[in-house]
Write a protein that binds this ligand. Structure first.
Ligand code: ADP
Length: 625
């Protein structure tokens, strides 16, 4: 017999399970049955391509046995089984990626989240057992192995005489406590109801020996007898009649299958008949998985043909911008033993994908129109991905997504769609105004936003992808996007403009001098009437804004770009006259003022300052005067 210790992270998860305050302990059975079903799926799937593996689909089953005297519950399957090495790797450690993340990000999370998010399925057995034995024979090995553990101390491995391929998991059920009557788990009734509740749809028979009673022959007396019956209906949820499915069933199925601890935000269950036939059961999660915005996240739907799982994450079924959708597709129109390569080229698969995409879009629009609150919740979780979808592939898909995106509106003080913005526009207006920055608070305080928002709705762009998305869209219903921080954006009246032009001409020398002092930092310096109370702002000429400069330069590339900036000074602010005055009197002082003003403008834009000590010295010089 070999003794082993659990890996550190596994110990922590195990400890959580053993001392779990999690009330829904009965889900352990769902987890074990789901593993058994996966193992059968796997063996069947392998047998389709490997002639050496001989199986009879009719023989597949999962068996549950109760032994009240020994206080054991046994779950037996004839799936693929595990080799000794697999027993160690699969049951001795929790999945690498999960455990790493668990370590870094979830120190404070409670155990409920842990159960759901990391698929620590098997360990949930320890919520109800004080000892767990796994006896398994893999289709790959002649010998069989017994894995046994009584908790965090570790586990043992020993050899077994098991002859047929598959796995037997025996749980030694805990003694009753004040909080939980574990003995219930040793009753037929309880087990049947748990199976019915969580595992009814499992596509293999779950069998159990149950007691029945019948009338004795030639007598009025009754006798009890035992018989083995199938306790699940085996109809996959998506094949059931929609009208007969309760919301709870949809939700449980989702949480079980996709390891989510929260209910989904939306369920989509539909059939398609025509050029291609399929059934879809799709879900929109109510929150983004922890790895959603990372390279590790794998999109895809489970693909079944005729009730048999042929691919766990078929990525070709979903466009990237809808990668948050989880679910199942079942079709007769794709052959069972198709290879991954041929699948990608399959005409029917492409048709299905197209259908799914338009269905998801339709449902999202409906959610947007009928249940704004849920849509906003969805958008907060997945909106970034939609905006990337607009910008990616050179804007190829922008028209499909543009009605789904939202930005914060200065006027409504909430997220609004582009359609809503355009509908509110006055007749003769041409532009959709936006301003970008790091946060709503910062954008709303930009000097150039202050005046414009008195008369116009301004969209605040705060995600780094936003401006790129807007630039890719270019226009919406013929209305062009205009950056408030662009030098050209000036909504001053004709009189105001004339006044500013005059000031700019009259003070040409002074403004050129300022540009000379600031060197290549700015393209030009000028007076402006676009500001209300603030003294200065920094705008940009051309396509590249300062926010884009920040984003692009933060990317890991050698190519750095620079926005063409213009320093604009509020013509109606006291500082304008002051500048004119010093320009005539004291060039040294004028130089200091120019540098400080430019510094202020950068500070407001959230741009880095190369010479903070020089500037603070200059400021103190002036203050000390
Ligand atoms: P998950 O199911 O999320 O992968 P589990 O902790 O439930 O996590 O199981 C870990 C692994 O152990 C599974 O991925 C599977 O490879 C293996 N396993 C568990 N139960 C069985 C079983 N009954 N038959 C074969 N393999 C199993």
């Amino acid at each position: 017999m070999k003794k082993r210790e659990f890996k550190t992270e596994s110990k922590r998860v195990l400890d959580l399970m053993i001392n779990s305050i999690y009330t829904n302990k009965e889900i352990f059975l769902r987890e074990l049955i789901s593993n058994a079903s996966d193992a059968i799926d796997k063996l069947y799937y392998l047998s389709l391509t490997d002639k050496k593996i001989k199986v009879d689909r009719k023989e597949f089953k999962i068996r549950i046995d109760i032994d009240e005297d020994k206080r054991t519950l046994t779950i037996t399957d004839n799936g693929c089984g595990m080799t000794e090495e697999e027993l160690e790797n699969n049951l001795g450690t929790i999945a690498e990626s999960g455990s790493l993340h668990f370590k870094e990000e979830n120190k404070d999370q409670n155990d409920v989240n842990v159960i759901g998010q990391f698929g620590v399925g098997f360990y949930s057995a320890f919520m109800v057992s004080d000892k767990v034995t796994v006896e398994s024979k893999s289709y790959l090995e002649e010998k069989a192995t017994i894995w046994e553990s009584s908790g965090v101390e570790g586990y043992t491995l020993s050899s077994s005489t098991k002859k047929d391929v598959g796995t037997i998991i025996t749980l030694h059920i805990k003694e009753d406590t004040e909080d939980y009557k574990y003995s219930d788990l040793l009753t037929e009734y309880k087990i049947r109801s748990i199976v019915k509740k969580y595992s009814d749809y499992i596509s293999y028979p779950i069998v159990m020996e149950v007691s029945n009673s019948r009338k004795k022959e030639d007598s009025d007396e009754y006798e009890t007898y035992k018989e083995v019956v199938t306790i699940n209906s085996m109809v996959p949820l998506w094949k059931k009649d929609k009208k007969k499915i309760k919301a709870e069933e949809y939700n449980n199925f989702y949480m079980d299958k996709f390891y989510d601890y929260e209910q989904p935000l939306k369920v989509m269950h539909f059939n398609m008949e025509g050029n291609v036939n399929f059934t879809a059961l799709l879900y929109i999660p109510s929150h983004a998985p922890y790895d959603y915005y990372s390279k590790e996240y794998e999109k895809g739907l489970q693909l079944y043909t005729n009730g048999v799982l042929i691919m766990d994450k078929c990525s070709d079924l979903l466009p990237d911008y809808f990668s948050f959708v989880r679910g199942v597709i079942d079709t007769e129109d794709i052959p069972l033993n198709i290879s991954r390569e041929t699948l990608q080229e399959d005409k029917n698969l492409k048709l299905i994908a197209k259908n799914i995409e338009s269905h998801i879009k339709k449902e999202l629009l409906e959610l947007l129109n009928k249940d704004r609150e849920s849509y906003e919740k969805f958008y907060k979780a997945f909106g970034m991905g939609l905006k990337f979808g607009i910008y990616n592939d050179y804007g190829m898909n922008k028209d499909k997504i543009k009605d789904l995106i939202m930005f914060y509106s200065s006027k409504e003080e909430k997220l609004v769609t582009l359609k809503e913005y355009v509908e509110r526009m006055k007749k003769d207006e041409e532009n959709i105004y936006y301003a970008s920055g790091e946060s709503l608070a910062k954008v709303s305080m930009l000097p150039q936003v202050e005046k414009i928002k008195d008369n116009h709705e301004v969209l605040y762009l705060v995600d780094y992808v936003d401006e790129f998305a807007v630039m890719t869209l270019h226009e919406y219903e013929g209305k062009h996007f205009v950056n408030v921080s662009n030098e050209n954006t000036d909504l001053s009246t004709k009189e105001e403009k004339e006044q500013v032009n005059k000031e700019n001409t009259d003070n040409k020398d002074m403004l050129s001098k300022m540009k000379e002092i600031l060197k290549e930092e700015v393209s030009s310096v000028k007076f402006t009437s676009k500001l209300k109370n603030h003294p200065v702002c920094l705008t940009t000429e051309g396509e590249i804004s300062t926010s884009m400069e920040k984003v692009i330069n933060a990317m890991p590339s050698d190519e750095k770009i620079k926005a063409n900036t213009v320093l604009e000074i509020n013509v109606n602010h006291k500082i304008s006259n002051k500048l004119k005055e010093i320009y005539k009197k004291d060039m040294e002082e004028f130089t200091k003022y120019t540098k400080i003003i430019y510094f202020e403008a950068r500070l407001i834009e959230g741009l880095p300052i190369d010479n903070p000590t020089e500037i603070s010295n200059l400021m103190c010089d002036i203050m000390a005067k």
